[in-house]
Design a binder for this molecule. Structure first.
Ligand SMILES: [Zn+2]
Length: 80
């Protein structure tokens, strides 16, 4: 699936689905990024059980490439 957001003559092409990372704010350890928010939260709960740490943050991110929509040399979205 590809989403595009236009700003003037530029557009963005998404290169991935949204991914999530759970991070412990007490020790800085984090899980491997995952497509599942539930899996990232599950890692936080497991980490709390193992360490006693209690403060967590979950971050979501998605990769994009910006490209010019009206320039012949750079008009096509990059191949994914
Ligand atoms: Zn921790």
């Amino acid at each position: 699936m590809r989403a595009r957001y236009r700003f003037a003559e530029w557009a963005l092409a998404a290169h991935s689905e949204v991914r999530f990372i759970g991070e412990c704010l007490d020790c800085g350890e984090r899980c491997v990024d995952t497509e599942s928010a539930d899996d990232a939260q599950g890692w936080c709960l497991k980490h709390a059980g193992l360490t006693g740490d209690r403060r967590f943050e979950m971050k979501g991110f998605q990769l994009f490439t910006a490209y010019l929509t009206n320039a012949a040399a750079d008009g096509a979205p990059p191949a994914t």
